[in-house]
Design a protein around this ligand. Structure first.
Ligand code: PAF
Length: 282
């Protein structure tokens, strides 16, 4: 397996591979890899001749310094997991210096309002940081296709918008969420939960599933009120937001429109660990 820490070395290698950029899949990650990430790699390998994965904990997308400090960093274990998918995968695991060249600041982006909803509202500057690093990684790797999990559906929509606005010749592919047997969406942050907390966290998906069935006959406001009540009765999980939104522009649903596709989005804290999840509603 080829591993590069410097973009210059990665680029030199890719240039030595005939037509590497003609069919190059890319899976950007922050490491602490789980089954969800491995499924993105498997999808990329199916559709592309070569696959690059990046592992980089991007400082500019963390609005909370404690979250950045505690974010799991497990490079050796990640490499072992990548090898279980294929030995041919190319890993780019840069330093902050290699990405930011001494200027660790985020560029400001206008994603036509997608950035102001939900995660954007509760994590100021988060999507400027994501936009900055994804743009930088795309410039370095120059992939044909890039793969993102649907767990951060808002990020997926924002990356599609970034590519559209910058007119980058990259196809963005969203892949389904992977879940633990109890329904908890797989996330690198789950590593910070105890077994009891992981069990408690099953309430997130359970609530989303019931919200989905309620939304068939009830208004978004009613479903919202019900979800708020569920979490009020479970003080060990604190609800940051629950929102039913239009999938295309992420605007909250006030009146149902049968022509639109809706999604429920949720963010909660369990003992200072922030978890997000989402389900499609129709
Ligand atoms: O989803 C993530 O892991 C990160 O936000 C990403 C896309 C790798 C950018 O740092």
């Amino acid at each position: 397996m080829k591993i590069f820490e410097k973009q210059a070395d990665l680029n030199a290698y890719l240039q030595s591979v005939p037509a590497a950029h003609a069919s190059l899949g890319f899976v950007p990650t922050m490491g602490a890899l789980h089954q969800g990430h491995l499924s993105l790699l498997a999808e990329s390998i199916k559709k592309n001749k070569h696959t690059v994965i990046s592992i980089f904990v991007n400082p500019t997308q963390f609005n909370n310094p404690e979250d950045l400090e505690k974010y799991p960093r497990t490079l050796e274990a990640d490499i072992a997991k990548i090898k279980t998918v294929s030995n041919e995968i190319i890993l780019y695991a840069p330093s902050v210096q290699d990405i930011y060249q001494g200027q660790t600041i985020a560029q400001h982006f206008d994603f036509d309002g997608l950035e102001n909803q939900m995660e954007g509202a509760f994590r100021p500057g988060h999507y400027d940081g994501v936009g900055t690093v994804v743009k930088r990684l795309f410039e370095i790797v120059k992939p044909t296709r890039a793969y993102f999990g649907e767990k951060d559906f808002q990020q997926l929509q924002i990356v599609k918008k970034l590519v559209q606005k910058l007119k980058l010749p990259i196809q963005i592919i969203g892949c389904p969420i992977f879940r633990e047997p109890n329904g908890l969406a797989m996330s690198s942050r789950n590593e910070r939960l105890t077994d009891t907390e992981k069990e408690r966290a099953s309430l997130i998906f359970k609530t989303l599933k019931t919200a989905k069935s309620k939304f068939k006959t009830q208004s978004a406001a009613k479903v919202n009120a019900w979800v708020t009540e569920v979490f009020q009765k479970s003080p060990e999980i604190s609800l940051e937001y629950f929102q039913i939104a239009d999938e295309a522009n992420l605007q909250p649903c006030h009146r149902k429109n049968n022509q639109k596709k809706y999604r429920a989005f949720i963010a909660v804290f369990i003992n200072n660990v922030r978890l997000i999840d989402t389900v499609s509603l129709n």
